[in-house]
Write a protein that binds this ligand. Structure first.
Ligand SMILES: [Zn+2]
Length: 158
């Protein structure tokens, strides 16, 4: 039996924060605001994973009111979500994700993001796709006010 899940996230871009996407530090003069490291791509993948297994969402599992998750490394949260999904009896077939950011240019970082995510999910890099899009300078992403991400995940029952 196969199950799919969808994830979406958006964080505001602010000065004085590091920019971390898919666990990779990206050079930029602004970073994403949030309680954890605000890794919008990893958060979208976590929600897609949890959604596919009907295990709730990232806010229920890792509440931002919990001091344990302040400035948390989102890859650690991803590992935990993947563990729960395996425990529920599923194997991960593949992940596909979009990151929507007007700036900076993300192309040079995409393979590193795929490798980081795949390692945390305990799958091959070839099973993880990350694509970058600008927003044609319109909307919050296009004006550089935010970065958003979308992800889909396919699970197979073991
Ligand atoms: Zn988030």
């Amino acid at each position: 039996m196969m199950r799919i899940g969808i994830g979406y996230d958006l964080h505001r871009l602010v000065e004085g924060r590091p920019l971390v996407l898919g666990g990779v530090a990206v050079e930029h003069w602004k970073g994403l605001d949030g309680h954890s490291d605000a890794d919008v791509l990893t958060h979208a993948v976590i929600d897609a994973l949890l959604g596919a297994a009907a295990l709730g969402n990232i806010g229920q599992l890792f509440p931002d009111t919990d001091p344990r998750f302040k400035d948390a490394d989102s890859l650690g949260l991803l590992e935990e979500a993947a563990r729960l999904v395996r425990e529920a009896g599923y194997a991960l077939a593949n992940v596909d994700a979009n990151v929507i950011a007007q700036e900076p240019v993300l192309g040079p970082y995409l393979d590193a993001m795929r490798e980081r995510l795949a390692r945390c999910l305990r799958i091959e890099t070839a099973q993880v796709s990350v694509k970058a899009k600008t927003n044609e300078r319109v909307g919050p992403e296009g004006r550089g006010e935010a970065i958003s991400a979308q992800a889909v995940v396919l699970l197979e029952r073991q």
